[in-house]
Design a protein around this ligand. Structure first.
Ligand code: CP
Length: 305
């Protein structure tokens, strides 16, 4: 693995290796890397948990963090992303973490430079490290993926989380269903649409999505309560979920819109566990890209097939 920009690049075995590596780190921690490494976190869009969990992951691995703030960088003088990335590469960055509003930009950058690029969210494209932490959270719950019914619910069309997870979960053998408003359907994702009432009774994993207001072309005036009642997870719907079913949400959560605020920390919610797993998932990705930590789960994976 040279870059980590899309879940499409990964085989089932490679995804499993990363999940098991991240799961191992989440339970046992990881030693700092051998040698001196620098990481540049290039966030051109706002972030709380992705950016900060990368920083924690980097510091736990002993990687020096080159923080970057667009508003006081030479981007304000018109420097391109490519030239910014080449600059960090020239001064010794060993890994670049990129969040940007333009779909596919991480892949384009990865094709143009030698330094490993990690996609931390590219517009409506993909968010593969969010997907990995979601997979780790599901794995910790069910210890496998084959045949699990996963419903991805909400603003499918504008969600990079939906796309990365749909790709990865189908590679792993899950049964995927989508639910949401007609105008937010994404024809590029070829999975059946169901209603939220069907979803809560069917799902082993109910993966809620944030409404991506910042990516909507038209200003949509939503009555929050009527959205919650029609498309969201209400108290009544949560009661109809299977006993073992869990709720995921990448956050930040629009409380009272995608989910009743009282359910954000309910027994079956794994929302804050996802965030905790985000650190281990990002450590696993950086270990792999920097060729540290080994692929010590390969033999175990082969035995499980
Ligand atoms: N889930 C997620 O990407 O959150 P941030 O935008 O806060 O990084």
């Amino acid at each position: 693995m040279k870059h980590f920009v899309t879940m499409q690049d990964l085989s089932e075995q490679e995804i499993y290796q990363l999940i098991r590596k991240a799961d191992h780190i989440s339970q046992n921690g990881a030693k700092p890397l051998n040698g001196q490494y620098f990481a540049a976190n290039l966030f051109f869009e706002p972030s709380t948990r992705t950016k900060m969990s990368f920083v924690v992951a980097q510091r736990r691995l002993g990687i020096e963090v080159l923080d970057f703030m667009t508003e006081v960088s030479s981007v304000t003088k018109g420097e391109s992303i490519y030239d910014t990335a080449r600059t960090f590469e020239s001064i010794g960055a060993n890994v670049l973490v990129l969040r940007h509003s333009e779909e596919n930009i991480a892949r384009k950058l990865a094709e143009a430079i030698q330094t490993p690029v990690i996609n931390a969210g590219d517009g409506t494209g993909e968010h593969p490290t969010q997907s990995l932490l979601d997979l780790v959270t599901i794995y910790q719950e069910f210890q496998q993926f084959k045949g699990l019914k996963v419903v991805i619910a909400g603003d499918i069309k504008h969600s990079r989380v939906a796309r990365s997870n749909a790709i990865a979960l189908s590679t792993l053998g899950c049964k995927i269903y989508l639910t949401g408003m007609d105008s937010w359907k994404d024809e590029s994702l070829d999975f059946p649409y169901i209603t939220m009432d069907e979803a809560v009774e069917m799902a082993d994993v109910l993966m809620l999505l944030r409404i991506q207001h910042e990516r909507h072309q038209d200003h949509l005036s939503l009555d929050q309560n009527s959205y919650l009642q029609t498309y969201g997870l209400t108290i009544d719907r949560e009661k109809r979920m299977k006993k073992h079913a869990v709720i995921l949400h990448p956050a930040p959560v629009n409380r009272g819109v995608e989910i009743d605020s009282r359910l954000v920390e309910c027994d079956r919610s794994r929302i804050f566990k996802q965030m905790k797993n985000g650190v281990a998932a990002r450590m696993a990705v950086m270990q792999s890209l920097l060729n540290q930590g080994g692929n010590f789960y390969e033999e175990d994976f082969n035995q499980r097939q």
